[in-house]
Design a protein around this ligand. Structure first.
Ligand SMILES: Nc1nc2c(c(=O)[nH]1)N[C@H]1C(S)=C(S)[C@@H](COP(=O)(O)OP(=O)(O)OC[C@H]3O[C@@H](n4cnc5c(=O)[nH]c(N)nc54)[C@H](O)[C@@H]3O)O[C@H]1N2
Ligand SMILES: Nc1nc2c(c(=O)[nH]1)N[C@H]1C(S)=C(S)[C@@H](COP(=O)(O)OP(=O)(O)OC[C@H]3O[C@@H](n4cnc5c(=O)[nH]c(N)nc54)[C@H](O)[C@@H]3O)O[C@H]1N2
Ligand code: SF4
Ligand SMILES: [Mo]
Length: 750
C-alpha cells in the first residue's frame, strides 16, 4: 500500500506544533511526527500530537448526526438533523423569546476556524444574551484585566520567553500543559534556554510540579493567596524605590499614586501568615525581579480560576509595568497576529452591560458566567433558559458543580450539540451534529495565533478531502446560524454579508490599508475556494487587511491566503515580538491604567480577608486541580495510548495529611464539599503542600447514555462534583476551581 506525507498544525493545545502526518491510500493517518520545518515548533511534538491518528480514527467518533427518539439516540441524515435542530430552536424562541435559548462555547472551538468565525453569527441570529463559555472557567480574568488596563480585552501580554533573563511564573505548569495564553511549542526547551543563558526561572505553585522541578526556584504558596504575594511584591518595589514607574513607559501610565497608596498595608510581613511565604523571601523576589536586565511575570490558570482571579491578572501586569518590562524585548509583550487588523476602532472596555437573571452577575465580554448556567435553566420565571446549543464543550465535567448542570440539562425542552462524541454533556442533546475528523478539517488558529512568543502564522488545508454530503464544521455552524431565523436560508449568504460589511468599514477607516477604495473591487480579489469557499474568503480578507497583509495589492509582497498556502506550507515566522504599545493602547485616558477603580474597590475584599485571618475550619483542606501531559480537559480519555501509565485520576495529598487520615497509596478517600462528595484514590506525595489536595478535572466517564468505550473503562471521578458554582471571582465571573474548601475522610478499605 502506498503512503503519502502531509503537514498541518496540531489542533489539540495552545502550543500550535507543526505535525508531519503519514497517510495511507484510504486516508487513514498511520504516523505522526513533529514538522521539523515549522519555524516555531521546529519538530517538537508531545504524546497527544503523536497519537492524533488514533483520535482521528477513533471508532467512537460520530460520523453521522444523531437525533434522539423514544429509544435513545439514533443516526439521522444531515437534512433531517438540521431540520430537527432548526424547528426545535425556533419553537423555543417562539414560545418563550430569544433569551430562552442559551449558547455554550467550549475550548476546542477556540482552536478551530469555524468556532471564532461562526459562533458570533449564531448568537446574533438568536438574539440571546444567554451566552456562556469555557472562558469563565479559565482565562476571563486576563481579559478583564487587559480591558481595564490597556483598553482592549484581547491585548494580553505574553512573556518574551526566548529573550527574557528572568521569568516569574505563577499558577502555570507548562511542562504538562504546554503553555497557555503563551503559545510556545517546546516550552520546556525554552525554559531550559533561559537558564542556559544565565537567566532565572522562579515558579510559584502549591505543588512542586515538573515545571517547578526544572526551575531555579520553587516557592510553595497556599492556594488562592497569590494576590497577597503580588501585592506584597508591588509594595516592596515602592517601599525600596525599585519601581521605575514604568521606565520608558513613565509618561504613559495613570494611577501610580493610587496604586502606591493601595498596596501600603500589604507588607511582606503582613501577608506572610496568609501565603505561607516568608517575608524576607518576598523582598528578595522583588529585588531580583527589579534588578534583572529583562524580566517577565506570567500568571496562568492557577491564578485565574481562584477567588481573586482578576486582581492576580492585574497585579501580574502591574509588576511588568513597574519594572519597566512591559512592551520591551525580554519582558511581557503584545504579539501582532497576522489576521487582526491594527487600525480597527475599539470601543472602550466595560463590563456589566447586562446582568444574569438569577444572581444578577455582570456580563463580561458579551458573556455571562458559566457558574450560573445551571440555575438559569433550573429557576422558573420570565427569561428562564429552555434550550441550549453546545459547541465543542463538555460543561457537565468542566464547570463547577457539574452534577447540578447535568440535572438541569436533563430538564431542557431542547438541546443541540455540535460535537464529535456522545459524552456526559451531549447525551442530553436532542440533536448531535458531529464535525469531521481532524484530518478532514482545515486549521488556522484564529484565537491562539494572537498569543505566540514570536509573530507567526500558519494555515493548514485539510489533508483528507471531505466525503460528499458531509458538511465541514464551518458549514454546520453557518447553517445553525441561518436556521435560527427560518427553515430556508443560504449559509454562504451569511459570509457574503460579513465580507461586504467588513470591507465597507475597512475602506471608510482612516489608516486602514484599503482606505478610500471600492469594496466591490476588493471583493473580486478574494481567494476562490472550493466547497467552503466563502469561509476561506473571509480568512483571506482578514489576512490581507492585517498588519502583514498585502492590503489588497497595496503591498504586493504582503500576505494573502493563497500565498500562505502555496509558499509557506510549514508556517511563516514573522519575527520576534515587537514593541507596539501605541497600536494596542485604547483606554479612554490614552494611558495604561495602573489602578482601575473597579480593581481598587475589589481590593477591599483582600483587605477584609487579611484582617479576618485564615478563617479556616478545623480539618478543612484546599482542593486544587492538575493537568497531565497526556490529558486534554475531558475529551482525550478515549484514546487508549493516552490513558495508560501515570495519567490517572488520583487524589494527591501530603504524606502528613495521609498519615493523619490513616490512608495509604491506593486507598479510597471521600472528598466532601458544600456541593457534593466523591470518592477518589489516594496518592500521597511530598510534592504537594500539607493542607492541600489535588485532583485532575475532566474525569467521571461512568454515566449511562454515552458512547466513549475506552473512557468508560477509565472513568475516574469528576473534580467538578465538589467545586462550588456559588464561588466566583466577582470582577470576571470566573469560577473558583482552585482553593476549594473540602474535608477528607478515609472511605474504608474495600
Ligand atoms: N476543576 C477544574 N475544572 C476545569 C479546569 C480545571 O483546571 N479544573 N479547567 C478549565 C478549562 S481551562 C477549560 S478550557 C474548560 C474546558 O471546558 P470545555 O470546553 O467545556 O470541555 P472540554 O473537556 O474541553 O470539552 C471539549 C468538547 O469538545 C469536543 N470537541 C473536540 N474537538 C472538537 C471539534 O473539532 N469540534 C467540536 N465541535 N467539538 C469538538 C469534545 O468531544 C468535548 O465534548 O474546563 C475548565 N474546567
Ligand atoms: N496536557 C494537557 N495540556 C493542556 C490541557 C490539559 O487538560 N492537559 N488543557 C489546556 C487548557 S484548556 C489550558 S487553559 C491550559 C492551562 O495550562 P496552565 O495554565 O499551565 O495550567 P495547569 O497545567 O492546570 O497548571 C496550573 C498550576 O497552578 C497551580 N495552582 C493551583 N492553585 C494555585 C494557586 O492558588 N496559586 C498558584 N500560584 N498556583 C496554583 C497548580 O498546582 C498547577 O500546577 O492547558 C492546556 N493544555
Ligand atoms: S504540545 Fe500541544 S500542539 Fe504540540 S503536539 Fe502536543 S498537543 Fe499538539
Ligand atoms: Mo482552558
Amino acid at each position: 500500500m502506498g503512503s503519502r506525507t502531509a503537514y498541518r498544525t496540531c489542533p489539540l493545545c495552545e502550543a500550535l506544533c507543526g505535525l508531519e502526518l503519514t497517510l495511507d491510500d484510504a486516508g487513514a493517518v498511520t504516523g505522526v511526527r513533529g514538522d521539523r520545518n515549522d519555524p516555531l515548533s521546529k519538530g517538537f511534538i508531545c504524546p497527544k500530537g503523536a497519537t492524533l491518528g488514533r483520535l482521528d480514527s477513533d471508532p467512537d467518533r460520530l460520523d453521522a448526526p444523531l437525533v434522539r427518539g423514544d429509544g435513545g439516540h439514533g443516526t439521522a441524515g444531515w437534512d433531517e438533523a438540521f431540520a430537527a435542530a432548526g424547528a426545535g430552536l425556533r419553537g423555543v424562541v417562539e414560545r418563550y423569546g430569544a433569551d430562552a435559548v442559551a449558547v455554550y462555547l467550549g475550548n476546542p472551538g477556540a482552536h478551530s476556524i469555524a468556532g471564532p468565525l461562526y459562533s458570533g453569527a449564531i448568537i446574533k441570529a438568536l438574539g440571546t444574551r444567554n451566552v456562556y463559555s469555557a472562558s469563565t472557567a479559565d482565562q476571563m480574568p486576563k481579559h478583564v484585566s487587559s480591558g481595564y488596563m490597556f483598553g482592549d480585552p484581547l491585548a494580553v501580554p505574553v512573556p518574551d520567553l526566548d529573550r527574557t533573563g528572568h521569568l516569574l511564573m505563577l499558577g502555570a505548569n507548562p511542562l504538562e500543559s504546554n503553555g497557555s495564553l503563551c503559545s510556545a511549542p517546546d516550552f520546556p526547551g525554552r525554559l531550559k534556554a533561559i537558564r542556559a543563558r544565565g537567566g532565572k526561572v522562579v515558579v510559584v505553585d502549591p505543588r512542586r510540579t515538573r515545571t517547578a522541578g526544572l526551575a531555579d526556584e520553587h516557592v510553595f504558596i497556599r492556594p488562592g493567596t497569590d494576590a497577597y504575594l503580588l501585592a506584597a511584591l508591588v509594595h516592596t518595589l515602592f517601599a525600596e524605590e525599585l519601581a521605575t514607574g514604568g521606565g520608558p513607559l513613565a509618561g504613559r501610565v495613570h494611577g501610580l499614586d493610587d496604586l502606591r497608596a493601595l498596596v501600603v498595608e500589604f507588607t511582606p510581613e503582613r501577608v506572610e501568615p496568609v501565603t505561607g511565604i516568608p517575608a524576607h523571601r518576598v523582598r528578595r523576589m522583588a529585588r531580583e525581579l527589579a534588578a534583572a536586565e529583562t524580566a517577565a511575570v506570567y500568571g496562568r490558570l492557577g491564578t485565574c480560576t481562584q477567588a481573586y482571579g482578576t486582581l492576580n491578572s492585574w497585579l501580574v501586569d502591574v509588576l511588568n509595568v513597574l519594572t519597566g518590562n512591559l512592551d520591551r524585548p525580554g519582558g511581557a509583550m503584545f504579539p501582532r497576529a497576522a489576521h487582526v487588523p491594527v487600525y480597527r476602532r475599539k470601543r472602550p472596555f466595560t463590563t456589566g452591560r447586562w446582568r444574569s437573571r438569577v444572581r444578577g452577575l455582570p456580563e463580561v465580554n458579551g458573556e455571562l458566567p458559566v457558574a450560573t448556567l445551571a440555575e438559569e435553566i433550573l429557576t422558573p420565571g420570565e427569561g428562564q433558559i429552555k434550550a441550549l446549543i453546545t459547541i465543542a464543550g463538555n460543561p457537565v465535567l468542566s464547570t463547577p458543580n457539574g452534577p447540578r448542570l447535568d440535572e438541569a440539562l436533563d430538564g431542557l425542552e431542547f438541546m443541540v450539540s455540535v460535537d464529535p462524541y456522545l459524552n456526559e454533556t451531549t447525551r442530553h442533546a436532542d440533536v448531535v451534529l458531529p464535525p469531521p475528523r481532524p484530518a478532514q478539517t482545515p486549521h488556522y488558529d484564529l484565537a491562539l495565533l494572537a498569543f505566540t512568543v514570536r509573530d507567526y502564522v500558519r494555515y493548514s488545508s485539510p489533508v483528507v478531502p471531505l466525503p460528499e454530503g458531509r458538511p465541514a464544521e464551518s458549514e454546520i455552524l453557518a447553517r445553525l446560524a441561518v436556521l435560527a431565523s427560518g427553515p430556508d436560508g443560504d449559509p454562504a449568504a451569511l459570509d457574503e454579508m460579513i465580507i461586504s460589511t467588513t470591507l465597507r468599514k475597512a475602506v471608510a477607516m482612516p489608516g486602514s490599508p484599503v482606505e478610500g477604495r471600492e469594496p466591490d473591487e476588493l471583493r473580486k480579489m478574494l481567494a476562490n475556494g472550493g466547497r467552503t469557499g466563502t469561509t476561506e474568503q473571509r480568512l483571506d480578507m482578514m489576512l490581507r487587511l492585517g498588519p502583514y497583509g498585502d492590503g489588497f495589492g497595496a503591498d504586493p509582497a504582503g500576505l494573502t491566503l493563497a500565498r500562505l498556502r502555496a509558499e509557506h506550507p510549514h508556517g511563516l515566522d514573522l519575527g520576534a515580538l515587537k514593541p507596539r504599545l501605541d497600536e494596542v493602547l485604547c483606554t479612554a485616558s490614552g494611558h495604561i491604567e495602573l489602578c482601575p477603580p473597579a480593581f481598587a474597590a475589589d481590593a477591599d475584599r483582600l483587605r477584609a480577608a487579611l484582617d479576618r485571618g485564615d478563617g479556616r475550619a478545623p480539618g478543612e483542606m484546599l482542593l486544587i486541580g492538575r493537568r497531565h501531559l497526556r490529558s486534554n480537559n475531558s475529551w482525550l480519555h478515549n484514546v487508549p495510548e493516552l490513558v495508560r501509565g501515570s495519567n490517572t485520576c488520583t487524589l494527591q495529598l501530603n504524606p502528613a495529611d495521609a498519615a493523619r487520615l490513616g490512608v495509604g497509596a491506593g486507598d479510597p478517600v471521600r472528598v466532601v464539599s458544600r456541593t457534593g462528595a466523591i470518592e477518589a484514590v489516594a496518592e500521597p506525595t511530598d510534592t504537594i503542600m500539607a493542607g492541600v489536595v489535588s485532583l485532575p478535572h475532566g474525569w467521571g466517564h461512568d454515566r449511562p447514555g454515552t458512547r466513549t468505550a475506552v473512557a468508560g473503562r477509565h472513568a475516574g471521578v469528576s473534580a467538578n462534583a465538589v467545586t462550588d458554582e456559588q464561588e466566583i471571582d466577582p470582577l470576571s465571573g470566573t469560577a473558583v476551581l482552585n482553593g476549594v474548601p473540602v474535608t477528607l475522610e478515609a472511605a474504608g478499605r474495600p
